[in-house]
Every structure is written in structure tokens, then in C-alpha cells.
Design a protein around this ligand. Sequence first.
Ligand code: BES
Ligand code: MN
Ligand code: MN
Length: 457
Amino acid sequence: MTTNEFIEQHKEHFLDELFTFLRIPSVSTDSSRKIEVEQAADFLLNQLISLKLSKVERYETQGHPIVYGEHCPFDDQPTVLIYGHYDVQPSDPDHLWDTPPFEPTIKDGKIYARGASDDKGQSFTHVKALQSLIEADGGVPVNIKILVEGEEEIGSPNLVPFIESHKDMLQCDMVLISDTSMFGLDQPSITFGLRGLAYMEVEVVGPNRDLHSGVYGGAVENPLNVLCEIIAQLKDKDGVVQIPGFYDKVEALTLEDRQAMADLPFDEIAYKSSLDVDALHGEKGYNTLERASARPTLDVNGIWGGYQGEGAKTVLPSKANAKISMRLVPNQDPHEIARLFEQQVLSLAPDTVKVRVTEHHGGYASRTDLNFYGLKAAASAFEEVYQNPVLFSMEGGSIPIVADFKRVLGAESILMGFGVTSDAIHSPNESFHVKDFYRGIKTSARFFQLLAEDAKA
Ligand code: BES
Ligand code: MN
Ligand code: MN
């Protein structure tokens, strides 16, 4: 039986197994879900055990476990490290889901569930590809290592030290990741750039208690007003970040980069209408694709303080808070950017309030070398299965560990995403096309075959 025949025959079973995986609410940021996160790790562990790899292990960390397996029988074949994450984002706001987030449901050819695309559905394609090669084809024709973590959505705090302390074990020729999006439906795409991230929290404290806004308003500083004033000064009306030093290490886009982006089949009208907005906004001098993938930026992700209940309560809040993310490009150091942010926010604060700035997780941007030999097999596999030429594009999201794979292991990452932007990852009604689940399995299996053929040639 060929691998593809095997995949065809096991489609329903594979989908059932993915459903079992999706039913586990492995929300890494939610400490009340610790047991469920471990269940998801064990689900994968058992999957890997059933593949009879030469080594399968669950590594405990200070946070959630790392699931690892390897099978490296060849001296003359490259070693591919597959990476993915079994943790998911919280499902809230739950009332906006049409079907329950942890009861996977198929509608219009899509699997609806939290994690369907990011990243359970996508990462599971590789597990099923390995199984198909092993059971139908006598084995995976290259050396493989597979590492699936449970803390990607909280910034991989324990994976960075883990790869540093398991350098020899994780040594590889390339990393294969399916945790990104294709440029469009049926449009195979390899992502060669991801942005980095610095995520900050600001707290502004004024009077020692909430005050009557009539009795005190006008005489005592309002922390919520101050917070808004500070935020308003962090970006100018041209969308340029106003933090001294923020752009110092940012490299200008080359003409080739800009041309390559301009050649991508991007439809701005469809983009706007998919978001129900009449106009777009961003850094002056750059187009939408450049702004969303290749330029750094700053955004408020959350802001709170004061009265938010029903009706009107006349109150001058004692505290105000905001969470602010900065997406970064190559050479920007997230910690350095965090320091520059803190300095600027503190310098904008009047002496009527106390301001505290804290740094949450972050990570460096990454670029995959377009001349990297492994991309050839990846592109060919993608094209064979999708029957469409592959595109190379950059994306604005972040997978912080990719830069660490390069720095610590010296390995390039092949970002072979099977998702699409309309999958609504991190949003209510996240979905993944059933078709892409199957095509992903086939593409992954074909990639290993082509890579092995390349190595023999
Ligand atoms: N899979 C995403 C990243 C992604 C999505 C890259 C779409 C390209 C296209 C990943 O799970 C994610 O959500 N990353 C976080 C960063 C993390 C540190 C919380 C992000 O980008 O916000
Ligand atoms: Mn992801
Ligand atoms: Mn995510």
C-alpha cells in the first residue's frame, strides 16, 4: 500500500483521533486547567508510543510537560526536528461561539474547535504522516525528532532553557513547523519571516481610593486619563512609534523584499471586507502587507480601570492599567525594546501619579534563509499535494522558539503552515478545513520522502 492510500483509508479514524485531542481543554495560561494540559501531553505521548519510535519521553518542566520522540536510524539521511504545541489559547468569550469550543463540530467542511488550527490540528498532521509512513511504507525515510510543547501560547518560558540543556539530543539539520497560515485557500505557502514580540503591562496609580468624580474631579489627577494620554503619545498620527531608539536596529526593507511582497496576490478589498472595516490604517510609507508582516508596531491589547458595569457611576478611578504589545522585526532585541518602552512611559508620566511598567513574555523575530536546501523538498511536496505553485511570504505573528532553534541549534526552520487567516485563531469559532488536515498529512509525508530522495541523489 502506498502512503497516500493508507492516508485515504484512515481519514475518518485520523479525524476521530484529532477530535479526541481537541476535546481536551489544554489552556496553558489557565492554572485551573493544569490537569487538562497534562492530559493533552499524555494523549500525544501515547500517540508517539504507538509509533514505536526508538525513544519517547515526557519531560517535566517547571510549567507544562514537553513531549518528545525520536527515531534516527540513518547515517546518510538528514535529521528533521518537528516542532508544535499542544496548548491552546483560552476560549473566551464563550458566548460568541456558535458551537462549544471543546466539542469539535464539522460545518461547511471545517472543524470548529479551539486549537483546531492553532496548533493541534496542524501539528497532528505530522504525527499522522509519521504513522502513515511507518505503517504503509516501511518507515520514515529520514531521521526524525519530534518535540511538542505545552507553553507556546504563554511564550515558551521553559522550552528555551530545555533546548539549551538538551542541545545534543535536539541536534538536527532543520526544524519543520506547521503553525502558520497559507496566503489563501488552496494556496500553498511557506512562511520565511515571523515577527518578534515584546509584551508590556502599565499600571498608573493616582489617589488612594476611587473618588467621587464631582467632588474631586478637576482637582485630582485621573489615572485613566493619564494612561490614555501616555498611550496616545506612543505612536504619532502617521503610525510611527514614538519611543526613542525603537527603530535604531530596524533594517530598511530592500527593494527585492518590497517587490516580492508586491508580487503576492493580496486583495486589499477582500481583506477589508473580511474584517468589516471601511478603511485601513498603519505606518505611512508602507502598504498593508508590509505593515502586517515586515514592519514593527505597537498596539494596546487591553485597557481597564474605573466603572464598567451597567448604567453610569460617577467615579474617578484610583488605578488604570493597560497591556501593550510591540511586534518586532529582525535585530530588535525584545528586552532592549522593553527597557526603551519603560523609559519612555516613565518619562511621559506626570508627578501626580505613580507608574509601574512590567515586561511579560517576548521573543525575537525570525527569518528563514530562502536558499536553504530543505525548502526545496518542502515546496515540491506542497505543490504536488495542492497542485498549485508555492508562495513564500512573511507573517506578522510570532513563534518565539524559532529564533532560539537558530541560535542554539544552528537550525533553519521550515514553516509549512496548513491554516488560513480565516481560521480565526485565538478568536471565537476557530476552525480548520478538514481538507487541509488531510492535505497536511499528505504534504508532510511527501516532504520526508522527497527529502530522502534529495539526500540520496
Ligand atoms: N501560531 C501562532 C503564531 C502565528 C499565527 C504565526 C499565524 C503566523 C501566523 C502562535 O501560536 C501564537 O499565537 N503566537 C503568539 C506569541 C506567543 C508568545 C504568545 C502571537 O503571535 O501572539
Ligand atoms: Mn500556534
Ligand atoms: Mn497561538
